[in-house]
Design a protein around this ligand. Structure first.
Ligand code: SF4
Length: 256
């Protein structure tokens, strides 16, 4: 990247400054270590699409860069702030923050859980979301993928010697940015939700081993896909692709 020279103040000049700064943000986000590992994180254990999971387990290259990174950058910033805020000594160690948990190696080795409230034995995960998702979750409840993630962390805490009683998601609204709009979903911890998720990952992994997509990329077509709105964010999404080795076309339903 070339060095940035800031322009003088002024409407047009400021457009240039904004563009340059945006490029720095994009560059940093795009150059964050890109994972080609063949294991899943807890957030991926409940991926609704088997084919997406299979691409990940096969360690496939990711043709979809993910679009504008700003929402994810803001989410990362909030997580960093919250980790500090909930670790303050004044809280007397009530919250366990960003603790690494072992879950089900080798396929789901583990991950960092946002928060564990030792008062209530409650597992919590922050989700910073835009208006569309915020309205949808409030109306319909959180995505099943997030629910599975929460229970998977619950299992991790159980394996670490805790006795989680409840799991929850804290939905933080990026758009309104008001504390009064924070919405929390919880339900009793259910180990079986995590065990079923791990079993599903093992089944898809077995399918990948048998189908051997590295020698037969077209075999991804034999793995059930679940196209939908989420394809846009799928790292393996390649619109119009005719070769599943290059990426998955998603076959999104037409929008009306
Ligand atoms: S693009 Fe959509 S259908 Fe294809 S693997 Fe990704 S999530 Fe599944």
């Amino acid at each position: 990247m070339t060095a940035v020279t800031f322009a003088q103040p002024g409407a047009d000049a400021n457009d240039g400054v904004a563009f340059e700064l945006a490029e720095f943000i994009r560059d940093a986000a795009n150059n964050a270590p890109r994972s080609l590992q063949t294991t899943l994180g807890p957030s991926e254990a409940g991926t609704p699409c088997d084919r997406r999971m299979a691409y990940k387990l096969a360690g496939w290259q990711q043709p979809n860069g993910g679009g504008d990174p700003l929402a994810s950058v803001i989410g990362t910033g909030f997580h960093t702030w919250a980790a500090e805020a909930f670790s303050r000594p004044e809280l007397g160690g009530r919250f366990l923050v960003e603790q690494h948990l072992t879950i089900a190696p080798p396929l789901i080795p583990g991950g960092h859980c946002d928060l564990y409230d030792t008062f209530y034995d409650r597992v919590l995960d922050w989700k910073c979301v835009g208006q569309y998702s915020y309205d949808k979750y409030r109306k319909e409840g959180p995505r099943e993928q997030y629910r599975i993630q929460a229970h998977t962390y619950g299992l991790g805490w159980e394996l670490a010697g805790r006795h989680p009683r409840e799991v929850g998601l804290v939905i933080v609204p990026r758009q309104s940015a008001r504390l009064s709009d924070i919405w929390v979903w919880t339900e009793p911890y259910d180990r079986q939700v995590a065990v079923d998720a791990i079993q599903r990952v093992a089944t898809v992994n077995q399918l990948v081993s048998v189908l051997d997509p590295h020698h037969h990329p077209e075999a991804f077509g034999l793995i059930p896909a679940k196209p939908g709105h989420e394809c846009t964010y799928c790292p393996y999404y390649r619109p119009g692709s005719k070769d599943l080795g290059d990426g998955c076309p998603g076959d999104l339903p037409p929008t009306t």
